[in-house]
Design a protein around this ligand. Structure first.
Ligand SMILES: [Zn+2]
Length: 550
């Protein structure tokens, strides 16, 4: 790496006609490295030769730390010039010299990241410090609105794409933007650089977002703006190991430093779930050596969910609205299904996509051809099928504490790496508002069992088709456990308690996975016998289960 850094340094210095190095005739000149590197600085206002060199040094440090953590010793030294030239033509948001491919950190952020990476490596076998997806450094949050921006049209940037990306955020959050002819104070300048990249948060004064070649889709622009609003990448969240696995053997040489994690920051300590459908999440082949997967979702049904660059997800938007707009509405509505009072209109709830109604209480209607969209699961199977072009949302509800079983019978959609236009999405996890498993290339692996008594089916058809059956689960494991586990105490009337009769049996059942891999009782609350119920909080499903004393 030393030699490569030198090559970069030489060429950058020569670009600025630094005489100290002029008498050297380095290899890069013969190999065309100068052209590649000069290209990096076209229209460049954020990166200088110094910061670019610093970045390459930092990425080298991160790569070494990450190689140790991924236990990948002795991989060949990367040819940075080849890496750069390949990346800027095919993967403009995966630049090897930028943090996680498209982020420019301030010097302080860089130091913190390297410090944390060292710490993370040291602690990798013990409990990890936690973090969220957004920065907690308050100075890095925007405080004045509208956020001012300029578009450097002279650089050739696609002004329509920039505007479309801004509109995605402006339409769904309270954040407003205002275009200026020339900037002053704190503002963003959009320009056409090499690749797509941004700072994290508001760094003060003029900061740039590069919308280079290949970065012109509205959601890619919105992704870069997301960084400038304070978002890190979803797959570097502290809890990512519960949802994805990094397949280190498929990472391209030299890109090993791109899969680090950061510590928890309290900006996003909103308790929001990890979102595999976030616009800030990498796709399955990010930084891959040969298009082999580098990211595998733990639940493989979600492989088609990660990496979407079509829209902001429900939690992308909710996160920003909570961070920036939480005080907009003095009265909060009792929105259901994790909807929340819309900061742009305090009289309505902002719902996750499949939900509608004033309080997100029912399925969002799209077309009458979808048939009945609010469905009740029964012991007998019912069928849902659809084909062609169009959108349908079905919300399936079972009685409390019962699960829903779903069996796919027919399945055919246009094959895509990330399911973005022709797919079925099934939501069966603990949070029904969160992006579900989007499937287009292959059907679900086996029957699906919901985490709660709700499931959602979303058809986003462009010619695809499916048919599935669903039914209510039989007596749920949770209920069985508690029937055996609780009895009324022998205290005098009015002072009776419910007692745990067979706690060992309960523990054994939980250990056997009756509540799923993460299921465990986190707190037992024993009620007084005026009521014949007790409550148990079960972490795996995040809900309170009422136990009847029969
Ligand atoms: Zn990014």
């Amino acid at each position: 790496m030393k030699q490569l850094q030198l090559i970069v340094s030489l060429s950058l210095l020569s670009l600025t006609l630094c005489e100290a190095w002029n008498d050297t005739v380095p290899d890069w000149e013969r190999n065309g490295y100068d052209a590649v590197l000069a290209n990096l600085l076209i229209n460049q206002t954020t990166l200088t030769k110094i910061t670019l060199i610093e970045y390459i040094e930092m990425m080298s440090t991160l790569r070494n730390i990450q190689q140790d953590k991924l236990q990948l010793p002795n991989r060949p030294e990367p040819d940075i010039a080849t890496l750069i030239s390949e990346s800027i033509t095919s993967e403009p948001d995966q630049l090897p010299y930028l943090f996680q491919g498209d982020i420019i950190l301030t010097r302080d952020q860089m130091k913190a990241v390297i410090e944390f990476a060292h710490e993370d490596l040291a602690n990798s076998t013990s409990t990890r410090r936690k973090r969220g997806g957004l920065t907690s450094e308050l100075s890095l949050r925007w405080t004045k609105f509208p956020i001012l921006y300029t578009i450097n049209t002279g650089s050739g940037v696609d002004a329509n794409a920039v505007q479309a990306g801004i509109n995605l955020w402006q339409k769904l959050t309270c954040i407003s933007f205002q275009r200026l002819r020339s900037g002053s104070g704190d503002f963003i300048e959009f320009f056409k650089g090499t690749g797509c990249y941004s700072n994290i948060g508001s760094v003060g004064g003029r900061q740039t977002i590069s919308i280079g070649r290949g970065c012109n889709s509205p959601a890619i622009v919105a992704h870069e703006i997301g960084h400038s609003l304070g978002f890190w990448h979803e797959q570097s969240r502290f809890d990512r190991d519960n949802y994805i696995k990094v397949l280190s053997q498929n990472i391209k040489d030299g890109m090993e430093g791109q899969f680090g994690m950061e510590g928890q920051r309290d900006f996003q300590a909103n308790g929001y779930p990890y979102d595999l459908g976030s616009v800030m999440h990498y796709g399955r082949t990010a930084f891959s050596s040969d298009d082999g997967d580098t990211i595998e979702t733990i639940d493989k049904n979600y492989m088609g969910t990660i990496g979407q660059r079509v829209a902001l997800s429900f939690y992308d938007v909710k996160n920003i609205n909570t961070a920036y707009c939480n005080n907009r509405c003095s009265t909060k509505l009792p929105c259901q299904h994790n909807g929340y009072t819309d900061p742009k209109n305090c009289n309505v709830c902002r719902c996750s996509e499949p939900f509608g109604g004033t309080l997100c209480e029912k399925a969002a209607s799209t077309s009458s051809s979808c048939g009945t969209i609010d469905l009740t699961a029964k012991p007998q199977y019912q069928t849902i099928s659809m084909s062609g072009t169009g959108n349908c949302n079905w919300v399936i509800t079972a009685i409390p504490n019962r699960k829903i079983f779903i069996q796919m019978d027919k399945f055919g959609f246009d094959e895509q790496n990330t399911c973005e236009y022709d797919y079925i999405e099934i939501r069966y996890g603990p949070d029904i508002a969160n992006t579900g498993a989007r499937m287009c290339s292959s059907p679900p692996r086996g029957p699906i069992r919901s985490s709660t008594n709700k499931a959602v089916i979303m058809f986003r058809g462009q010619g695809g088709r499916f048919s599935l059956r669903f039914r209510q689960g039989t007596f749920s494991a949770v209920q069985k456990i508690h029937q055996m586990s609780w009895r009324r105490s022998h205290n005098p009337p009015g002072q009776q308690k419910l007692l745990c009769q067979q706690p060992r049996n309960l523990r054994q059942k939980l250990a056997a996975g009756a509540l799923g891999p993460a299921g465990r009782i986190v707190r037992k609350h024993v009620a007084r016998a005026a009521a014949n119920t007790a409550t148990v909080l079960v972490q795996a499903v995040g809900q309170t289960i009422t136990v009847r004393d029969n």
